[in-house]
Ligand binder design. Structure first.
Ligand code: VGL
Ligand code: ZN
Length: 198
């Protein structure tokens, strides 16, 4: 009972046709559903932004999609509007089996701070509560899958490793955005943090 599967942001907006589509984002859904059978604990995350969120380029006059901006907590990519609370884009991919989920954790609700990681907002200090949930259940090992490899999966894996969890990424069940070398940077950072990439 000490090993949890965490499925990151398998939502319509990150799949082909969505607002921030990750290439082949939907290709991992069936494999993730099958993998759930191997884990006693399954956790899903959901990117869940209020309209007008500060990570949206549309909230910054004069900025274009995928520009960088400086936020009080550091550099921030400016994204297309995506995963707005209550919209179809924010819903899980219809093929994802959500019945097995022990916990669905939402993130990115603070209008002023983006939240890639399932554990902390992008200030790297404001917690989502996931760590407490895992620790009180005695979970020590995490396998991560989902979208996107180089953003939310990467940040979640780095935080989990820093918190002392044993972390494995199922790369075959992740897909990346790959913005300006972000995928190779993510690979290097995860390797350095002791994350297993399989
Ligand atoms: C994500 C960009 C913005 C992700 C979320 O799930 O990787 N990326 N919000
Ligand atoms: Zn987001």
């Amino acid at each position: 009972m000490t090993h949890a599967l965490i499925v990151i942001d398998v939502q319509n907006d990150f799949c082909p046709g969505g607002a921030l589509a990750v290439p082949e984002g939907d290709a991992i859904v069936a494999g993730i559903n099958a993998l759930m059978a191997d884990f006693p604990v399954v956790i899903l995350t959901q990117d869940w932004h209020p309209a007008g969120h500060s990570s949206f380029a549309s909230s910054h006059a004069g900025k274009a999609l995928y520009d960088m901006t400086d936020m009080p907590y550091g550099p921030q990519v400016l994204w297309p509007d995506h995963c707005v609370q209550g919209t179809q884009g924010a819903a899980f991919h219809p093929g994802l089996d959500t019945t097995r989920a022990d916990l669905i954790i939402r993130k990115g609700m603070n209008p002023a701070i983006d939240s890639y990681s399932a554990f902390f907002e992008n200030d790297r200090t404001t917690p989502t509560g996931l760590e407490g949930y895992l620790r009180t259940r005695g979970i020590t090992d995490l396998t991560l899958t989902g979208l996107a490899t180089d953003f939310c999966v990467n940040y979640s894996a780095l935080d989990a490793a820093r918190l002392g969890f044993t972390v494995t990424i199922r790369e075959d069940l992740c897909r990346a955005i790959d913005l300006n070398g972000s995928l190779s940077a993510a690979h290097a950072a995860m390797r350095d943090a002791g994350v297993s990439l399989t």
